[in-house]
Write a protein that binds this ligand. Structure first.
Ligand code: NAP
Length: 232
C-alpha cells in the first residue's frame, strides 16, 4: 500500500516502551536511524545499550513513573510526535479456569492498562501539532475474527483491548490530527514468544516502525500486518 511516510524524522521525538530488547529495541533502532530523538523506555535504563537513544526509566505498571517519563520528554524535548506502546508480557498460557488471578491482573496491567494510561498522559503533547502518532503492538491472538481458543486468555484480551484503544483514539482524536494504528508483528523470536518463531525482531519491528513514520493524512484507525491493513 502506498502511504505518505517521513523519510527523515529529524526534529521529531519518539517514545518507545519496552525498548531494551526484542521488537521494541528494533523499533527504537529504526526510528533513531531515521534521525528521530528516541526516548527508549525501560524498567532498568541500564538495559538500553544504544548510544544514539535516551534511556528513560519507565515501568508501565507504575503511574508515577509514566507521568514522570512524559514530564521528562516535555521538559527536555518540548514535543512528542510518536508513542509506541510496545511493552508486553505473555502472561499465563493456561485456559482461564486454571490461570492465577495475580497473573491475569499483571498481564492486563502491563499490556493494556499501561498503554491506556501512558497514552492518556502523552496525549496533550501528541496533539500539539497535527500528525502525532500512536502505534500499539497488537497480536493475532487478540483478533476476534480469528477464533479465540488455545489458552493465554489475558494476553488475548489485552490485545483485543489494544485494538479497541486504537479504534477509540481514532474515533476521538482523528479530527485533531492524531494517527492511531495497531500493528501485528507476526510470530517473532523473542523471550515473549519461542526460539523457533520464523521472524527476527527486526522483521517484527518493520510494520510498527513504518506506522510510526506515517505523515499527516496517512491512514489511521486500522490494524496492520506486513504494511497491509488486516482485520481486528
Ligand atoms: N514476539 C512475538 O511473536 C509477538 C507477536 C505479536 C505481538 N507481540 C508484541 O510485541 C511486543 C514486544 O514483544 P517482544 O516479543 O519483543 O517481547 P520481549 O522480547 O519479551 O520484550 C518485552 C519488553 O516489554 C518490557 N516490559 C515487560 N514488562 C514491562 C513493564 N511492566 N513496564 C515496561 N516494560 C515492560 C520488557 O522489559 P524487561 O526487559 O524489563 O522485562 C521488554 O523490553 C509485545 O507487546 C508483544 O505482545 C510479539
Amino acid at each position: 500500500m502506498k502511504v505518505d511516510t517521513y523519510d527523515s524524522l529529524s526534529g521529531q521525538v519518539a517514545l518507545v516502551t519496552g525498548a531494551n530488547r526484542g521488537i521494541g529495541e528494533q523499533i527504537a533502532r529504526i526510528l533513531a536511524e531515521h534521525d528521530a530523538t528516541v526516548y527508549a523506555g525501560a524498567r532498568d535504563p541500564e538495559d538500553v545499550t544504544a548510544d544514539d537513544q535516551r534511556p528513560l526509566r519507565l515501568d508501565v505498571t507504575d503511574d508515577a513513573a509514566m507521568r514522570a517519563a512524559v514530564d521528562r520528554v516535555e521538559r527536555e524535548a518540548d514535543r512528542l510526535d510518536i508513542l509506541v506502546n510496545n511493552a508486553g508480557v505473555r502472561g499465563p498460557t493456561e485456559p482461564l479456569h486454571e490461570a492465577a488471578v495475580e497473573d491475569i491482573d499483571e498481564t492486563l496491567a502491563v499490556n493494556l492498562r499501561g498503554a491506556v494510561v501512558l497514552t492518556k498522559y502523552a496525549l496533550s503533547l501528541l496533539l500539539e501539532r497535527a500528525g502525532g502518532r500512536v502505534v500499539n503492538l497488537s497480536s493475532g491472538l487478540g483478533t476476534l475474527g480469528a477464533g479465540m481458543d488455545g489458552g493465554s486468555p489475558p494476553y488475548r484480551l489485552s490485545k483485543t483491548g489494544l485494538n479497541g484503544l486504537t479504534a477509540y483514539l481514532h474515533g476521538e482524536y482523528a479530527e485533531e490530527g492524531l494517527l492511531a494504528n495497531a500493528a501485528r508483528p507476526g510470530w517473532v523470536r523473542t523471550e515473549l514468544a519461542t526460539p523457533g518463531a520464523p521472524r527476527s525482531p527486526a522483521e517484527g519491528a518493520d510494520t510498527p516502525a513504518w506506522l510510526a513514520r506515517f505523515a499527516p493524512g496517512a491512514p489511521a484507525g486500522r490494524c496492520w500486518r506486513d504494511r497491509t491493513p488486516i482485520g481486528w
